[in-house]
Structures are given as C-alpha cells and as structure tokens.
Design a protein around this ligand. Sequence first.
Ligand SMILES: Cc1ncc(COP(=O)(O)O)c(C=O)c1O
Length: 389
Amino acid sequence: MQISDQAPDYIRAIAPYQPGKPIADIARAYGFREDQVVKLASNENPLGMSPKAQMAMQEAARDLGRYPDGNGFDLKAALVARFGLQPEQITLGNGSNDILEMVAHAFLRPGTESVMSAHAFAVYALASQAVGARLVVVPAKPADLGHDLEAMAKAVTPATTVVWLANPNNPTGSFIPGDQIHAFIRAMPASVLVVLDEAYTEYLPPEDRYPALDWVQEFPNLLVSRSFSKAYGLAGLRVGYGVASTLVTDLLNRVRQPFNVNSLAQAAAAAALSDHEFLDRSYALNRAGITQLTEGLASFGIACLPSWGNFVLADLSQLPQPGQRSGQALFEALLAAGVITRPVQGYGLPAHLRISVGTRDENAALLRAMPQALARLAASAAPATRAGG
Ligand SMILES: Cc1ncc(COP(=O)(O)O)c(C=O)c1O
C-alpha cells in the first residue's frame, strides 16, 4: 500500500488538464527572447487588460494586507447595474472554471450522471470525474462539431443532475442559436441543472446575441457562467461569475471557498465591466483577426471551422501529405518558429489545431511561419498521434 492508493479510483483515472505552453518555457527551450515568441494558445485577449481595470487594480494593490470582500459586494453591484440582476443570483468565481467546479461539488456525486457534448470544454469532464459522477459524452454534429441538442436531451436519464452546454464552444468555436438553447432548457426536467457556459459571449456578433441572463427568472434549473478571462482580458487575475436562481446560488455558496476571488481581481473586473470602449475594440480586433487567419490559412489549403469565439479551429485533414495532417506535429513545427498554438487531440481532434486570435502582427507571424512548418512536415513520415492536449 502506498499513499496514492488511498485516492479513489475515479481520481486516479483523471487525465490532467493540459494548459497552453507558457511563453517563458518555449523561449528557454528554443533559445528565443520572450518578446520573440508569439502565444496563440490560450484564447487570451491580445490587447491585454482594459486601462480602467489596470488603474482599479493598482488602487486595490494598496490594501493587500487585508482579505478580499468574501461576498464581492462591489463587483456584484457592478454586475447588477450592468445586467439588471439581483445580487442573490450571482456567484463569483476564481475564473469561471471555479463556478464549474462548484456546480460539480454541489450537484454531482457517485451514482449521478452529467451530460456533455464530444469536443466540448475539457473542464466539464474533469469536474465531473473529480467527484465520481458518471460522464456521458454525446457525439457532436458532424457538420460543425458542435453540440447535438436533440441527442443530448435523449441522453438525460433519471440519474442525470447536470447538463453542460458551451455556447460558443471551445475548442470547436461552434454556436447554437439562442432560440434552440431556450427550447432545450424548457424541455429539461426540473431536476436537471443546465449549465450554460458563456465564456466567449462578448465575442458574439450583435445579431446572434440572446438574453440568457433573463432566462434565469424563468428557469430555476439554469446556471449561466461567464468569464472575465476572454474579452475583458483578465485571464491572469482569475475571475468569472455564475448567474442562477437563489436555489442554485445558495448551494454554490455553500461549497465556495470563503475568499475565492482576490481583491485585485474583484476591483479590476468591476472596472472592466464599464469600459465599453475597450470591449468594442477587443470585439473588432477579434472579428478582423478571424478573417485574417481564416483567409490566410485557406491560402495553404487549410479550412477553418466557422468560429464564434476568439480562436479558430484549423482542419488539417485535407492537406496533401499524411505528415501534415497531425495537429501535434504542426504545433511542434510552429514552436520551432516561436509560435505557440494548441493541439487538440485530447479533445478527440488529432487532425485539427486551435489557434487563438492575436494582434494583426501576431496573426501575421503565424501565417509567415506556416509554409516552412508545412514543408518540414511534408518531408516527414506521418507521426503517431500522442495523447494529451
Ligand atoms: C468554454 C470555456 N469555459 C470556461 C473557461 C474557463 O475560463 P476561466 O476560468 O478563465 O474563466 C474556458 C477557458 O478557456 C472556456 O474555454
């Protein structure tokens, strides 16, 4: 018997999350200066954070000897003012990842099931497995690799307590129109919590937006989670929020760490919410970047799935040489040029590569590195697919 045997089998079976490679690691490994490395691997905002958020954070940094406000009064007030919510409907998280974990702790346990789509965000599986629930993965729609809502509804059983929906989804970039989501929630049994993960919602074009936060009044079994890591540019601070009925919020608060969101994050997030100019600029840069990457990659024979997020999913399966059709191999070839992307074989997509939208120059650096990377792979044998990612 060794100490690791004491962990339940379902914990030992977890494959750890593989984050995007940090710039410093690649600079060290390949002998680049850090400013020579371009990171398009973690769906961050290439503009960094809003100047207003930066100022609010610096102000808050004067008082770090004290614990943060465990109830996040000011940030909740800012969310209430911005979205017309009640403070009792809001749960703050150390990133929206924290909200997803709280859901798993509060609503899942051995003997229960959670339902997710194939190729959906990895944390739904991790959070479910960590509490011993059975994970039911529903095949995605072949056309866009997005959620098949009809099949997901059919996968719900009396043991199901949570259904995870990512809209838009990472890593596929796929999007489900709001009316379909609404109909799906309406058809769910009241005993099933629908988690609608809207980490990328600020990137939706105006015509695709839908009022999910209003639906929380209508459905006591809906939780909408949102992030400050993406369009708001606060990924390093770790802050997100969940909006739900008081029935759900009350339970999440029972499993929440007392001081889960730090003071800098709370101050920056509250200020970021009202920096509309920064959000507009981030949105516009992202739309332009998606066009730049999609058109640029098309010129090398690589199609991208339509994306509603701040990244594109490049499909390598139509490239002429077998050695070019591996996301892992292209990722490695691009690293040698100082460009970090994200292989997604861990998502069941070995012939795809996820590329986050950068600045115009960063996107151009990726496109410049492409011919040599592809040429190198054309000359190599088809590599074996590795696990992870
Ligand atoms: C779909 C989705 N949900 C949630 C998250 C978690 O983001 P965070 O914890 O930074 O808010 C991510 C991060 O990549 C994501 O892609």
